[in-house]
Write a protein that binds this ligand. Structure first.
Ligand code: S3P
Length: 172
């Protein structure tokens, strides 16, 4: 791909199943910058899965770790960062991110999100009687907040990861 200067981090936000990790990794490859998934960083630091962290220490503990990891990553050199679906929802994190990064909401419809998350039923927030309903409610509550991101990138369920990354690269 073409080489151009990336002078700010690019932070991908949005719901579980939006493709933040897959598209983020591909985008970083094209832009020749490092890629980091904040959930993966939290797991490495804690030597536990996200699910175990939620079970053992609770969501509040997880959220504190998430802010720590974001702070550390944002202090480094420009990269693409994919975040967990709740990261952008906290005002504290939005302030941190907006200060040092371009934020991108990977906006995706509920059917596409559900189709993806149901294949990997590990997300702690979806351990409910009606995970699809929970996902729908979260999307409804969070969409206006995701919409505060610098850029809204509308996912198309027909697009491959590669096609999405190509299209996104032209918009940033
Ligand atoms: C969460 C999304 C997850 C993970 C945690 C909480 C959320 O990340 O951070 O389970 O609040 O939406 P993904 O968006 O990568 O699934």
């Amino acid at each position: 791909g073409e080489r151009r200067k990336v002078d700010r981090h690019i932070v991908l936000v949005g719901m579980m199943g939006a493709g933040k990790t897959a598209i983020g990794a591909e985008l970083a490859r094209r832009l020749h910058v490092p890629f980091t998934d904040s959930d993966a960083e939290i797991e490495i630091a804690a030597a536990m899965s996200i699910r175990e962290i939620f079970e053992r220490d609770g969501e509040a503990f997880f959220r504190a770790r998430e802010t720590q990891v974001l702070t550390r990553l944002l202090a480094g050199r420009p990269r693409v960062i994919s975040t967990g679906g709740g990261a952008w929802i906290r005002a504290e994190n939005r302030d941190l991110i907006s200060h040092r990064a371009m934020s991108v909401w990977l906006d995706c419809d509920l059917d596409t999100l559900w189709h993806r998350v149901k294949q990997r039923p590990t997300r702690p927030l979806l351990q409910t009687e009606d995970p699809r309903g929970t996902l729908a409610r979260l999307l409804e509550q969070r969409a206006p907040i995701y919409g505060l991101a610098d850029l809204t990138f509308k996912g198309r369920s027909s697009d491959t990861v590669e096609a999405s990354a190509t299209r996104l690269a032209t918009q940033i």
